[in-house]
Design a protein around this ligand. Structure first.
Ligand code: ADP
Ligand code: MG
Ligand code: ZN
Length: 480
């Protein structure tokens, strides 16, 4: 039986976080607009005679992304008209970049399966404008132009990926970089970042590029993975049945878990691209590009390396902490206030802290860095037990407040007073004669159970080291 491999290329669209739109001075912040069609003007609604002016900030941000992805910047680059008619596109064309994008020929290293590293070539990074938003209500189609003309960046990879895992890591890394650069929030549920997967399959060992399909508007990593897996299987089945894959644009129906045909795919010539006559070419100077380069922040890879060296973290810990800029900044903020080692802070953040963040679906800054540091300090200096620390953390997420106050209010302070602990131990031993018998008969693992009972009875307040010592003694004393 023929074994197949997928060939995957990704196109990623990300809106740029500028104040104004790409070609007019309307606000680009359509998410905060009080109602539809308020951030609009003759230019972004395509009225005759209105002229576009390119947004300087958007050009800077696009160049920044190009540099972060190791692209070369085209000092001379041009805008082009991509012609097609759709109700969300008032001009009847989209201003984009075609022959000369702002940046091209980049490289991004990603993790593939079996711990392999893969260098994915970035074909191009270009500027364009977002469309309006259509919605449907009963028999009406409604259009909101607040989003029309918002700066949009398109990042196109070469078809270099051979596994869905590599494609997922590529998409994950691009999102992280955009967030590091502060050019895009990465809020996929809001649609500000969208993936398109181009997929073909071929027999393993072949180097031909077969007909591909393109799955549009994937709005989550999960959708990217599931749609790609489905499409790979669908195409393999077509070849196995002796058929041919046809080039088309597909959608992903998440509820039904299938890709659906939207239209047969246009080729470039269908768009009748031609140079945009209303905008001059962009002429960028070396010194301008150098200035942009100086604005590049420390990127994920460099930050990972620094965390490993400076904080003596394991690579896996450093990779986790630097996977997101807010998390990385948060960690460094906690370190500033902490008396505990970076390792201990990292363990708390990667464990109990992130569990709460994900479960409650809140921002990492919900619990101030200083509060987390105080809490971990109290565990380290044994004011409270690790379990009590978890209780305090949950409270910090729920209602905020001062960690020391919470310890007082909830009476969580660890007690190393031996008579207090002994009292609890005596009661537990009195209550569990049959467990004692089993222990004496050789079931040593019960010691941990007894210690756990004390922690439970004292609500985690008993010092675990002292508890264990006294418990051992108590159990020995009762040996007949
Ligand atoms: P366009 O969409 O402008 O026609 P291309 O077809 O060259 O441009 O490429 C669009 C995307 O499709 C790129 O991300 C590219 O990597 C990918 N791609 C091109 N050919 C294939 C193929 N045979 N299989 C999978 N992906 C492909
Ligand atoms: Mg395309
Ligand atoms: Zn406008």
């Amino acid at each position: 039986m023929t074994q197949y491999e997928p060939v995957i290329g990704l196109e990623i669209h990300g809106e740029l976080l500028t104040n104004s739109k790409m070609f007019c001075s309307c606000s680009a912040d359509y998410g905060s607009a009080p109602e539809p069609n308020v951030n609009i003007c003759p230019t972004c609604t395509g009225l005759p005679g209105a002229l576009p002016v390119a947004n300087k900030k958007a050009i800077e941000l696009a160049a920044l992304v190009g540099l972060a992805l190791n692209c070369s910047i085209n000092k001379h680059n041009t805008f082009a008209r991509k012609n097609y008619y759709y109700p969300d596109l008032p001009k009847g064309y989209q201003i984009s970049q075609y022959e000369l994008p702002i940046a091209e020929k980049g490289l991004l290293e990603v993790n593939d399966v079996d711990e392999k590293q893969l260098k994915v070539r970035v074909r191009r990074v270009h500027l364009e404008e977002d469309t309006a938003k259509l919605s449907h209500e009963k028999n009406n189609a409604l259009v909101d132009f607040n989003r029309a003309g918002v700066p949009l960046l398109e990042i196109v990879s070469e078809p270099d990926m051979r596994t869905v895992e590599a494609a997922l890591d590529y998409a994950t890394k691009i999102r992280a970089i955009l967030r590091y650069l502060g050019v895009n929030s990465g809020d996929m549920e809001k649609g500000v970042l969208r993936f398109e997967a181009n997929i073909s399959v071929r027999p393993i060992g072949s180097d031909e590029f077969r007909t591909r399909t393109e799955i549009k508007n994937l709005n989550s990593f999960r959708a990217l993975v599931r749609a790609s897996q489905y499409e790979i299987e669908r195409q393999i089945k077509i070849y196995e049945d002796g058929g041919e894959v046809i080039q088309e644009t597909l959608g992903w129906d998440d509820a039904r878990s299938v890709t659906t045909s939207q239209r047969s795919k246009e080729d470039a010539h269908d768009y009748r691209y031609f140079p945009e006559p209303d905008l001059p070419p962009l002429q960028l100077t070396d010194s301008w590009i150098d200035t942009i380069r100086t604005q590049l922040p420390e990127l994920p890879e460099a930050k990972t390396k620094r965390f490993i060296t400076d904080f003596e973290l394991k690579p896996s810990e450093a990779i986790f902490l630097t996977s997101d800029i807010s998390l990385a900044n948060y960690f460094e903020e906690v370190i500033k206030y902490a008396k505990s080692s970076a390792k201990i802070i990292s363990t708390w953040i990667a464990g109990e802290f992130i569990r709460n963040v994900n479960e409650l679906n809140v921002d990492v800054n919900t619990v101030p860095a200083k509060s987390l540091a105080q809490l971990v300090n109290m565990v380290t200096d044994k004011t409270i037990s690790g379990n009590a620390g978890k209780v305090v953390l949950a409270e910090l997420f729920k209602s905020g407040g001062d960690p020391a106050e919470i310890v007082k209010e909830k009476n969580l302070a660890q007690v190393s007073d031996e008579s207090f602990i002994q009292e609890a131990i005596t009661k537990i031993l009195d209550d569990n004669p049959s467990e004692i018998e089993k222990y004496h008969a050789g079931k040593d693992t019960l010691l941990q159970w007894f210690v756990g009972q004390v922690a439970r009875a004292t609500k985690g307040k008993a010092d675990p080291v002292i508890t264990k010592e006294l418990m051992l003694k108590g159990l020995e004393e009762r040996r007949k």
